[in-house]
Design a protein around this ligand. Sequence first.
Ligand SMILES: CC(C)=CCC/C(C)=C/CC/C(C)=C/CC/C(C)=C/[C@@H]1[C@@H](COP(=O)(O)OP(=O)(O)O)[C@]1(C)CC/C=C(\C)CC/C=C(\C)CCC=C(C)C
Length: 592
Amino acid sequence: MGFEYALVHLKYTIPPAILLTLLYRPLFTRLDAYKVTFLVTIAVVSTIPWDSYLIRTRVWSYPSHVIIGPTLFDIPLEEVFFFVVQTYTTSLLYLILSKPTFQPSYLRAERSKTHRLGPVNPRWRIYRILGQLALAQLTLMGWRRASEGGPGTYTGLIVVWAFPFLLLLWSLAYQFLIGLPISNTLIPIALPTCYLWIVDTLALKRGTWVISNGTKYGVHLWDGLEIEEALFFLVTNTLIVFGQVAFDNALAVLYAFPHIFPKPPVLPPPHLLVRALLQPAALYDEERIKGLQEAVLRLQKKSRSFYLASSTFQGQIRTDLLLLYSFCRVADDLVDNAISTEEASEWVSKLQDFLKIAYGNGDSSSAKDDYIWLNFPRETQSALLQLPTSKVSKQPLEDLMLGFHMDLEFAQSHKRFPVQTETDLELYAYRVAGTVAQMCLELIFHDFVEVRSSSDQQRILDAGNRMGTALQFVNIARDIAVDANLGRVYLPADWLAEEGLRFDDVLSNPNSVKLEKLRSRLLKKAFKVYKDARDAIEELPVEARGPIRVAVESYMEIGRVLQQDGYVVKAGRATVSKLRRLRVAWSTLNRT
Ligand SMILES: CC(C)=CCC/C(C)=C/CC/C(C)=C/CC/C(C)=C/[C@@H]1[C@@H](COP(=O)(O)OP(=O)(O)O)[C@]1(C)CC/C=C(\C)CC/C=C(\C)CCC=C(C)C
């Protein structure tokens, strides 16, 4: 009996596991726990028979003075623990590194030349087949080495055990394995592999575990690291990451294609995951994939705060919020970027008609699609086509259009500026941002079904409305000069009059000292509304709480920066630095 192997864990495998747990803890969801447990179970169950065979046939062994004693099918418990801790740590590293990636946008529809709809991405099939052939060939070679006996035995046994799994995972998830950024694939394989190579070098040198002489090549990758051990760690980490990628591929299919999977549960059972992975890529909805890809790019390009917040959401809700953002952004840009008031007004009317058709009774979805194709620019169409109308009610969208309509009144000379009083300001902020908050909450309530009385739900929606309004006050406070350049003033005429100003004074000198005073007044109002509404966030489903805090806090941080003494707003420049935004997100997520 000895503690050598246990000490390897204490010194080398448990510390990184703890470190990564602490790092990922604020983002760790039920779905992550499910994924990791799933993988750990498969890893342990599939490794035990193989490892037990290796020990019983003396391919490798453990000197009795290095292990504590208890075994499972002849495998020392320290070794069983190793399968658990390695799978856990590599999985966690994968989860951390893949957090920013929105996986559904990496799905690709595939059709051969002979398909009735014509070919799409036919080369993906070739990649799949080439990978399958290579892995099958290697498995065969491994089989030969293992059955011949001699120095290739251990290598052969590793290959014959692991490569059929790799072949299966490749066949199911090759699109993601090829397409995802290397931060999601190669890096989570390479980092733990190199680390374990170093640990192994130290362990084997001290004789914690021993490979018998007749079954290895006797080749070293470097002094102290046998080539077979190096291969073992590379292959096992590859299996873990391929397993995680395949899991994410299944989730992406489940969340991306409501026409195939209308209401996937938050924790999809294994048979549903397998069904998702077995969906032929020819059935993938290309329009949907395009909509998702364009939505991510739009968010990435247009909003630093919401992009960061969006990556802290997971699963169905992340997809739905992205699509909602995409619609709101496109609608807002169509109106804001119109070259004349007439054009802007036409866009608002068209958007209103679109909503009538999309929410109309009995209208076929093809009527909606036709309307979009005929009336909106090509680059905006996917955002309209993919708006999740079955989850978001019509009223906040109609109110949002009324908000855009208020914007138009600035350019209509026969009309007064629309924000005359503080009540007008509140109405405007409700229409363009309270509505957005309400829609985000409707999506959350839809995707995380929780038993809650309708009065509680209404109370949370009201708080959300107010929070959206607070965010809009910050937005207006930041953009006084930008808006003045567009001929718009959202500060109420009443407030301006108190400072002896009129709308024209703001348009001609948007950076005056008196306006700084009004900026502060608006920010004070924003923070008052925010403080009054923020507790309701804690009543949201646990999966949404942290991410909504990140969305709200990273936007309110703009207000905090604006309140700093001497801060000067520079149009086009980020108000909050990237580092500060990350710090806010981190501390917000860590709040309990
Ligand atoms: C991660 C996440 C929550 C993402 C989705 C958010 C989303 C759908 C945003 C829509 C943004 C948008 C383009 C709306 C059009 C109208 C508009 C311009 C609204 C203003 C946004 C400012 O964005 P930005 O600075 O990029 O815009 P401009 O450059 O000025 O054009 C708004 C300030 C509104 C944003 C409001 C919200 C996202 C609501 C936040 C509140 C909640 C989610 C609810 C909080 C819950 C409780 C219970 C209190």
